[in-house]
Design a protein around this ligand. Structure first.
Ligand code: FAD
Length: 438
């Protein structure tokens, strides 16, 4: 008789290179399980953009599982109770889950372990699913994590890593009522961005193929060029685990300039995860307390969130965020610097807005990038200020990006679109702050 194991999916929604699925499959029959976790959903943890992406990703995961003889089993409610019930129903002795870094996920892990132990069942936690190098696998002397990226990257680049895992050829699923795949509205309510990308491993792999055969070649040169839209847009697929970072690093040719630059960005992702794993409180508290006195200015915050600050390069990014649930890194940097360094508004206010709208919203990457920009995080130059006008001239020299997102600027040619206060833009607000170079 073969044993049965539960593969509990969380944010590793793929069948390829999935340590959880592979380990469960090794045990014998597999119950691929996803629980609509009331602990996340009731707390508003799944805003509309992510709800749509997640619902689509679960559908694609179910399709992929069916192709190899399985299907996705869905339950909803308290995650520990639901997993225990499925394990009892199917006689699974072991539940496999991917390691994660937030306080919530660690607490979830503890609750699952304790609940399963009561029934003499075991929880096995797999590192190396969420990131290429597991948090804590490389550490400096006398510390539990790296606080600066460059030395981390040196160690990361030479650290031992596992090879990508093979897709299981066939899954045996024990008899079980599968439950119903959720609709987006079962996960979170509200309006989504009209230009949102579609979630899932099938869609993510199509994008990855296109990226590796075309986009990546010019990445080192163009990744910051706002009009070029020349980054991979794979971040939501990485956040939900529809794609494996281990596979991405393996397939990107790091001997080319584009491949090397792309791999370096993936290392940034691992870097932030190892910081948050070691300092979970940094999700909402200053990683480095610099005693900054933030300003309260509700009108300025409203102008910022609505993309009506009067600075086109800031507003274009903020409008793209609403329209697509995504922004390029350069636009995120400019918008975050404007809020925290120009308006002197607390980074947590901006981070919360991004967490609501970004389809790739990720506690490690979002909060720690915000802190990096605000000067409370891992930047070795915490006082740097990104002047929005200089950034505009450098990264959108012909004004193409700002005209794409701000129709009020359509009549301003070339770089004039970055200086609407000099005339020619009706219906566009006056700047809400002063800034050198106006
Ligand atoms: P690419 O340029 O194609 O990069 C490839 C991958 O590398 C990305 O998909 C991402 O996983 C990783 N990556 C790239 N840049 C960074 C970075 N600076 N830090 C960590 N990982 C990186 N990224 C998120 O995934 N989720 C977030 O919530 C998030 N919030 C951010 C907030 C601010 C204020 C800033 C400045 C950056 C934030 N980033 C976040 C990082 C980065 O902007 C996005 O990962 C990137 O824009 C996603 O687009 P892409 O997939 O085309 O990236």
């Amino acid at each position: 008789m073969t044993a049965t194991a539960v593969a509990l999916f969380t944010r590793d929604l793929r069948v390829r290179d999935n340590p959880v699925l592979t380990a469960a499959h090794r045990d014998g029959a597999v119950v691929p399980l996803f629980v609509l976790d009331e602990g996340i959903l009731a707390g508003g943890g799944c805003p509309p953009n992510r709800a749509h992406f997640l619902a689509a990703a679960l559908h694609e995961l179910d399709t992929e599982l069916r192709d190899i003889g399985g299907r996705l089993v869905i339950r909803s409610g308290d995650i520990a109770e639901q997993v225990a019930a499925v394990a009892a129903e199917t006689g699974a002795a072991v539940v496999h889950i991917a390691a994660d870094v937030s306080d919530y996920s660690r607490n979830r892990e503890r609750r699952l372990r304790d609940r399963l132990a009561r029934d003499h069942r075991e929880l096995r936690v797999h590192t190396g699913s969420l990131t290429v190098i597991a948090p804590g696998a490389v550490v400096p002397a006398n510390r539990d994590h790296f606080a600066v990226f460059t030395p981390y990257f040196r160690r990361w680049a030479t650290a031992e890593r596992r090879p990508p895992l093979r897709l299981p050829r066939h899954l045996d699923l024990p008899p079980i009522e599968p439950g119903t795949l959720p609709r987006p509205e079962d996960l979170g309510s509200g309006d989504r961005s009209p230009g949102l990308s579609t979630g899932g491993e099938i869609t993510g792999r199509k994008m990855l193929r296109a990226w590796l055969s075309h986009g990546i070649h010019d990445y080192a040169r163009d990744s910051d060029a706002l009009a070029a839209d020349a980054t991979s847009r794979l971040s939501p697929y990485l956040h939900f685990g529809c794609l494996s970072p281990t596979e991405l690093v393996r397939r990107a040719d790091a001997s080319t300039a584009g491949g090397a630059a792309f791999v370096r960005q993936l290392a940034w992702r691992d870097f932030h995860h190892q910081v948050l794993a070691a300092r979970p409180a940094a999700a909402w508290s200053d990683y480095r307390d610099r005693a900054i006195r933030w300003r309260t200015d509700e009108q300025a915050v409203a102008a910022w969130t609505d993309g009506r600050t009067g600075f086109p390069i800031v507003d274009a990014g903020m409008r793209q965020l609403r329209a697509e649930g995504w922004m390029p890194n350069r636009a995120r940097l400019i918008a975050a610097s404007f809020l925290t360094k120009t308006l002197r508004v607390d980074w947590r206010i901006g981070a919360r807005h991004f967490l609501y709208w970004l389809v790739d919203a990720d506690l490690a990457d979002n909060q720690l990038n915000w802190q990096w920009v605000a000067g409370t995080g891992n930047d070795t130059r915490p006082n740097r200020v990104l002047n929005p006008l200089r950034q505009a001239e450098r990264y959108d020299p012909d004004g193409v990006y700002v005209r794409r997102w701000i129709p009020e600027l359509a009549d301003l040619d070339g770089r004039a679109a970055h200086f609407p206060w000099r005339g020619g833009a009706a219906d566009y607000p006056a700047p809400i702050a002063e800034c050198p170079g106006m």
